[in-house]
Design a protein around this ligand. Structure first.
Ligand code: KG4
Length: 342
């Protein structure tokens, strides 16, 4: 009999449910929350209320698109953390209740492991191309910027991570500051494609080892824009494409410098990326170009698996389920990765 796993993701502002059968995707439904756009960032209380409204229809839709009934499920995988506590509580409580009602096991998943393992979701009629172990994953999202060494689906080591802001936060906050909207990553990415990446220079941080820092570049951009607008009030409007292209190039340079260093230090040439920022066209092009130059095998996730989705939670949960892991009904969500005890 096939192992059919329902994945549930509710860590931030996307309510998602997915069904996989023996690792192969049957459905992946995502309800994004537009309510936050007016505030230029995710409002935690609004996010948890929207999850409450969305969770039942999203799970029903995932089961229906998969062509199965709830009673066909083998186990339920849910995101335990890290993320917004109120949001996580909705998915965690739902998973526990459904697991209890169906009398099937529940499996907790670390959201970040989900992003790192997204490339293992198999799809009907899509050729399989998965990294071999060990591989390095550059995990870049609104909450994290990490280089992770993956030895097998259950064993990870964080080789480096941001000491302050995540790279997605830098995209989002700088976009807001420039009046370009939220989420900032896709807007900056789009404008950057029409601009000159070498026109403006921003100071890069000097952080030892494989760690990152993105708060300095944010301040550097803030002062630069403020000073230029003082000289010419239309500076932003006239130059936004070049500013975005130059800013994005600087962020990508910072990410790539440490990734190249990690690959050299470990001797690993299997390189994957994951997380919301892995949708960035400039970053994707650079990974491929560096890969060609350095003889890496590179793995870029499909766009639908870059941002938060339950398919990645279902596949990570599947690996944990096969390893015999089960969560108890008194498990509570955790907001920070450091609190996660899988
Ligand atoms: O993984 P994700 O959906 O949520 C978490 O943070 O867990 O990532 C969201 C982040 C946001 O910061 C958003 O601006 C960024 O991913 N993002 C992008 C692009 N698409 C989304 N950043 C750069 N370029 C993009 N095309």
């Amino acid at each position: 009999m096939a192992d059919i796993i329902l994945g549930i993701e509710s860590s931030c502002d996307d309510t998602s449910a997915a069904v996989i059968s023996d690792g192969c995707l049957l459905s992946n439904v995502i309800a994004s929350q537009d309510v936050h756009k007016a505030y230029g960032g995710v409002v935690p209380e609004l996010a948890s209320r929207a999850h409450e409204l969305n969770i039942v229809p999203v799970v029903s839709e995932a089961l229906s698109r998969a062509g199965i009934k709830a009673s066909d499920l083998t186990a339920i995988a849910f995101t335990r953390g890290p993320g917004l506590l109120g949001s996580l509580l909705v998915g965690t409580s739902f998973a526990k209740t459904l697991g209890l009602a169906l009398d099937i096991p529940i499996v907790m998943v670390n959201h970040l492991q989900g992003h790192v393992l997204a490339g293992f979701v198999r799809q009907k009629d899509v050729p399989v191309r998965e990294p071999s172990f060990p591989y390095l994953c550059l995990l870049v999202s609104g909450g994290n910027s990490q280089i992770v060494r993956v030895d097998d689906p259950l064993h990870f080591e964080i080789l480096g991570q941001t000491i302050d802001d995540a790279v997605g936060e830098a995209f989002d906050k700088c976009s807001k500051m420039m009046g370009l909207g939220y989420p900032g990553g896709p807007v900056i990415d789009r404008l950057a494609r029409q601009g000159n990446p070498d026109r403006f220079k921003f100071a890069k941080p000097h952080v030892p080892g494989l760690d990152y820092s993105f708060s300095g570049i944010k301040t550097s951009l803030l002062y630069f824009v403020r000073d230029e607008i003082a000289k010419d009030p239309d500076f932003m409007e006239k130059n936004k494409e070049d500013i975005c292209a130059s800013f994005q190039k600087c962020l990508i340079d910072i990410l790539m410098d440490k990734l190249v260093k990690a690959a050299k230090q470990t001797g690993i040439k299997e390189i994957a990326i994951g997380g919301g920022v892995s949708a960035n066209s400039g970053l994707r092009d650079r990974i491929v170009a560096e890969g060609r130059k350095r003889e890496w095998n590179t793995y870029l996730p499909e766009f639908k698996f870059t941002t938060d989705n339950a398919a990645m939670i279902a596949i990570a949960g599947y690996f944990h389920y096969k390893a015999g892991e089960r969560a108890s009904l008194d498990v509570a969500p955790v907001s920070r990765a450091a609190e996660f005890q899988a």
